[in-house]
Write a protein that binds this ligand. Structure first.
Ligand code: HEM
Ligand code: HEM
Length: 191
């Protein structure tokens, strides 16, 4: 028996992001949330200890995780371009739609540019070594002055990404606990 036969309204189907988009969102969010404090800590520790062996390992970890997450981000952008996003939640005002869309676009741009600049920076430095085990591929010829400038921008944009992600998380929590409008459920990894 269908809902209309029983006389009730059909259950409101919540439009959600695809399974792939949801998984990639949370895995990448986890990496970014680790990479920012790790990056800040390793740089501060390098200055305080004159770059001791542990600092070198932290740099290796940061480079390896960042290099790995770059490919996940590329995959995510492809998934997004192919599969699109569910239509916006009906309760959002026109301004909220514009602002949230703009924040998402800037987040995607920073997610791509930040690791690419990190990779370009260590290529130009060159500091491609990971745990003394292997080298990451190089994408720029050696030029230390250029490397320092690129890594400076990498750090600045990574901090901008952190700030924007904090605003984004605050907005998600506002929708979950104040507006209670199902925005978080669209991206929730489970059912
Ligand atoms: C989403 C990915 C990444 C995030 C969020 C991130 C974040 C950061 C942050 C916050 C810093 C500290 C900046 C500072 O204190 O000035 C940093 C530094 C650094 N990152 Fe990344 N990073 C990412 C990917 C990468 C990748 C892929 C590489 C290289 C393969 C890399 C290499 C470096 C290096 C070498 C530094 C030190 C720069 C310096 O000594 O001034 N990062 N990163
Ligand atoms: C606790 C942490 C987080 C929560 C609760 C959260 C929640 C959400 C939600 C609910 C959406 C869907 C919004 C909508 O339906 O329009 C979304 C989308 C998005 N989130 Fe997050 N997020 C978190 C962390 C992050 C982080 C750290 C990043 C990256 C730095 C990120 C990047 C994005 C992007 C780019 C989108 C747009 C998805 C698209 O339309 O393709 N999120 N997030």
């Amino acid at each position: 028996m269908s809902f209309s036969e029983r006389g009730g309204a059909p259950p409101a189907e919540l439009a959600r992001y695809s399974f792939a988009a949801r998984m990639l969102h949370w895995v990448i969010a986890g990496f970014v949330v680790c990479q920012i404090p790790l990056g800040l800590y390793m740089v501060a520790r390098g200055e305080a200890t004159n770059f001791d062996a542990e600092t070198g390992s932290l740099y290796s970890l940061h480079k390896l995780l960042g290099f790995f997450v770059l490919w996940l981000i590329l995959l995510r952008v492809l998934v997004r371009l192919r599969r699109g996003a569910p239509p916006p939640v009906a309760t959002l005002t026109a301004l909220e739609r514009i602002v949230s869309h703009a924040v998402h676009v800037v987040l995607y741009m920073l997610l791509l540019v930040v690791p690419l600049l990190g990779w370009a920076g260590i290529s130009a430095y060159p500091a491609l070594d990971v745990f003394g085990l292997f080298d990451l591929p190089s994408i720029l010829p050696a030029d230390q002055a250029l490397a320092n400038r690129i890594l400076g921008v990498h750090g600045l944009l990574a901090q901008t990404l952190g700030l924007l992600a904090a605003v984004h998380i605050a907005a998600a929590l506002y929708h979950r606990f104040i507006r209670r409008d199902g925005v978080l459920r669209r991206m929730w990894p489970l059912r």
